[in-house]
Design a binder for this molecule. Structure first.
Ligand SMILES: [Zn+2]
Length: 330
């Protein structure tokens, strides 16, 4: 994929400043921030284009290395340094003051539209797997926590010296609220409710019953296969003119829902097999020794999503019961 024209034109070898001392300027700008360093600005734009066209951070790192392009301090670019550089508001000549971006009096390197798309792409929790594993697995990332303003996923974001927050992934303008909530508080609330369910003998009995109705694992796999072939058959019937578009849509929706429900039960079966008896102290003990991946699995088999409503208070805000709406899986 590196043979694309824009990459060929961007084979710039940047002469990095390494005069022994620490270099404090930002890549792309002179040390006075009054002008861009054009070779570096070209590299930044190339990075942006590459990522927005589907390139991976890892691939980009390899490319920069092979071209001998290093950071201002002469180090090899890493996924995290690229991510930090490209999502810094200085890219559009701005800086962050409180929750707002204000003019920083420095020349922009990227267009606002490009910058916004990059932030969305690079700060999306689903991309975390490309950042080199440094990003913690957020308990409620990936769409489990949703914005009460626009309904889209909240992503977890942490900056040095500040408590991590879940915040709306939509840039200002598109979301009327830009919800933000302290990650620790929301995680704790969800954990408490999830563990309460798992510790309840009544709830567990009902869950086990619904899972057991599925039958053996082989039977479940066969059932999913069967549903998938029905899905294909519906498409064929439509193509042959045997059914109308409406019938096709209703049919495929139904089959898709059935597949999702069956797959969820399979996942529940898997996760529940690891859990101790529905006894509060045993459940809490299990949770404490389990890893982030297991925590996420447990939450995801029970909780469809949790919506966090906007608050009038300044800052990320606390968690009062009216702010959060839980939608559990049925
Ligand atoms: Zn929103």
């Amino acid at each position: 994929m590196w043979s694309r024209p824009f990459l060929m034109s961007a084979t710039v070898t940047v002469d990095t400043v390494t005069e022994g001392g620490t270099v404090s300027r930002a890549y792309g700008w002179t040390d006075k921030n009054d002008a861009t360093v054009e070779d570096e600005a070209t590299v930044i734009r190339m990075m942006a284009t590459t990522l927005l066209e589907g390139g991976s951070l890892r691939g980009l790192v390899e490319h920069l290395k092979s071209e001998g392009i290093s950071t201002v301090s002469g180090k090899t670019w890493q996924p995290i340094t690229i991510k930090r550089a490209l999502t810094n508001p200085r890219m559009i000549g701005k800086k962050k003051v409180g929750d707002n971006l204000v003019d920083a009096g420095i020349p922009a390197i990227l267009q606002t539209r490009t910058y916004n798309r990059l932030c969305k792409l690079l700060l999306d929790p689903e991309r975390a797997k490309f950042t080199g594993g440094r990003t913690q697995i957020a308990l409620l990332g990936g769409g489990i926590a949703r914005c009460g303003g626009c309904g889209r996923a909240l992503y977890s974001s942490a900056s040095a010296g500040r408590a991590a927050v879940y915040t709306c992934s939509t840039r200002s303008g598109e979301c009327p609220a830009t919800v933000s909530v302290q990650a620790e508080l929301l995680d704790a609330d969800v954990t408490e409710r999830v563990l309460a369910r798992l510790s309840s003998p009544k709830f567990r009995a009902a869950l086990t019953k619904s899972i057991n109705e599925l039958g053996s694992r082989d039977a479940v796999v066969a059932r999913i296969e069967d549903l998938r072939s029905r899905y294909t058959a519906l498409g064929e019937d439509f193509a042959d003119g045997l059914i109308e578009r409406e019938t096709l849509r209703a049919g495929t929706d139904k089959v898709r829902t059935n597949i999702a429900a069956t797959e969820l039960k399979m996942k529940q079966q898997e996760v529940l097999a690891e859990l101790p008896e529905p006894d509060p102290s045993a459940i809490v003990e299990w949770w404490e020794q389990a890893g982030p991946r297991q925590h996420r699995d447990v939450v995801s088999i029970l909780l469809d999503h949790v919506t966090v409503k906007p608050t009038d208070r300044r800052g990320p805000g606390g968690l009062d019961d009216e702010r959060i709406v839980y939608v559990w899986k049925k």
